[in-house]
Design a protein around this ligand. Sequence first.
Ligand code: C5P
Length: 209
Amino acid sequence: NGPLVIAIDGPAASGKGTLAKRLALHYGLPHLDTGLLYRAVALTLIDEGTDLDDTAAAARAASALSAERLSDPRLRERAMGEAASRVSSVPEVRAALLSWQRRFAEGAEGAVLDGRDIGTVVCPEARVKLFIIAAPEERARRRHRELLGRGEETTLAAILADIRARDARDSSRAAAPLKAAEDAVVLDTTELDAEAAFAEAVAIVERLK
Ligand code: C5P
């Protein structure tokens, strides 16, 4: 039944990234954090001094994206999530990044991909689809802790506002909005720590793979 592809979607700071990384390690699969692709497109525009609303420039940046860009530490900054969310609503950007993501997912050894539209658009045939959710307040607390750990000073209120704005934008856009695939298993991590969430996710993968 072919290589194992695990598609993980969910809103910002839901815990999907951590889960994806751990599942990839556990099953010996390559992992792609697809949010980094959108963040890298945004960073390219910022570095060029191009307006984030310039859709033609965003499409060009997406087509020309190089793998080296994905390891730039600035991609993880708070402002970059917001900027990524803006360029990600451009259909030409999504189309350019789609082929990149598909190539990654179609590798012979299988793959774990996490993002917003993996189960619905990028890998609709994935054997395992997880949709990770958590209450916005809990997601804000997690992101706050993570940013503080990296020395980025922000307030919890600012992060919660970011998260709500990003949820609204990602869920309402016309091109590949954030939503659970019909055959996705929804996992709510509000009350779970990383360890418990991982155990639940492995149980789901074992059932479906
Ligand atoms: O997951 P992360 O916070 O890094 O994603 C940044 C932004 O990139 C998201 O808010 C979303 O707008 C966009 N994105 C997307 N599709 C994906 C992954 C990320 O639209 N598969």
